[in-house]
Design a protein around this ligand. Structure first.
Ligand SMILES: [Zn+2]
Length: 324
């Protein structure tokens, strides 16, 4: 009995040993290649890092001299010197870059008036909104814009896709993209980096948070709203600039006359805005031409683009007053 028990213990022990040996063996074989694999990528990573470092070094060595042209911002060439004498400034601008702009441009050229700003959405080239607007509302194609329609005029940002920016629920990346991509496309066209914009969708869609996002994440420093003030005060914040008048308003000419007649004891601004397609809505092409004639013939008025106006006053007027 005793011998039988010893024999059983011995058999059990041998079985256990062999089981352990079987399960243990594959473990070792599997671990080894794993270790190898782990080591390999480390070496590769190290190599890649060294390669990248070398590449970057080479880039840094060659770049500065040739490939990085200095960015030229829009509006720096007004030729106006702020010498302390108060002046009356006048801005005219049109939104959306629809085909009616061709006639506006023709009128402006007739009066040698190039200090006009056109706000354009470069993500909507060729888009036709005629049905929803009720009159022809066809944006220029990319080819048409590239052919030089706006040459000599000020081109500025109206966002890439013209959606009210509050649509993006303060998503910084999306809002900044709408502004900065449009700005970059315009820069490619004109060689001048835009600094001003017209908020799309009207005033109710503009918030202080959006102004802050634009200021902190893009090159845009002035944003025009849509509510007429019928006043000639300079804005207190550039990203919230309310215009004086709209081109289709009945008071347009009388407002302008008041501006001409006003005593100029401090800098003043008449900011006029509109859309080309309004000229079809109100059949007011002749009226606009009369207005352009009146403005260009008026004495003592400094005609400036919106970009130029920003550049002239950027050191005095904050883009946005940030809460402390
Ligand atoms: Zn618009």
């Amino acid at each position: 009995m005793k011998f039988k028990r010893i024999f059983t213990v011995f058999v059990l022990f041998s079985v256990l040993l062999s089981v352990f040996a079987c399960t243990g063996a594959p473990d070792v074989t599997e671990t080894e290649p794993e270790t190898d694999e782990k080591t390999e990528p480390v070496t590769t990573e190290a190599e890649t890092e060294t390669e990248t470092e070398t590449e970057t070094e080479t880039e840094t060595e060659t770049e500065p001299a040739e490939t990085e042209p200095e960015i030229v911002y829009a509006g720096l060439d007004s030729g106006i010197v702020r010498d302390g004498t108060p002046k009356k400034y006048f801005c005219l601008c049109f939104d959306d870059a629809t085909q009616q702009d061709l006639k506006i441009i023709e009128m402006c050229k007739k009066y040698d008036y190039y200090d006009v700003t056109f706000f354009i959405s470069t993500g909507l080239y060729g888009v036709d909104w005629s049905k929803s607007v009720g009159v022809p509302h066809v944006r220029f194609t990319k080819k048409e814009v590239e052919s030089g329609i706006y040459d000599g005029f000020d081109l500025a940002v109206h966002t890439l896709n013209h959606l009210p920016l509050n649509t993006y629920q303060n998503n910084v990346k999306k809002v900044a993209n709408e502004l900065e991509k449009d700005a970059k496309n315009i820069y490619k066209l004109t060689g001048k980096y835009p600094v001003v914009m017209a908020w799309p969708g009207g005033d109710p869609n503009v918030t202080r948070e959006l102004m802050k996002i634009a200021y902190e994440n893009t090159s845009i420093r002035l944003g025009r709203g849509t509510t007429s003030t019928h006043k000639f005060d300079l804005p207190t914040e550039f990203l919230w600039l309310e215009p004086t008048a709209e081109i289709s308003e009945s008071t347009l000419f009388s407002d302008f006359q008041k501006f001409v007649d006003a005593e100029c004891n401090e800098d003043m601004l008449f900011f006029c805005w509109g859309h080309g397609y309004e000229l079809d809505i109100y059949n007011s092409y002749d009226r606009l031409e009369r207005f352009i004639k009146t403005v260009t013939e008026a004495e003592g008025i400094e005609l400036v683009t919106v970009s130029e106006f920003y550049q002239l006053f950027k050191d005095e007027i904050p883009a946005v007053i940030l809460d402390e």
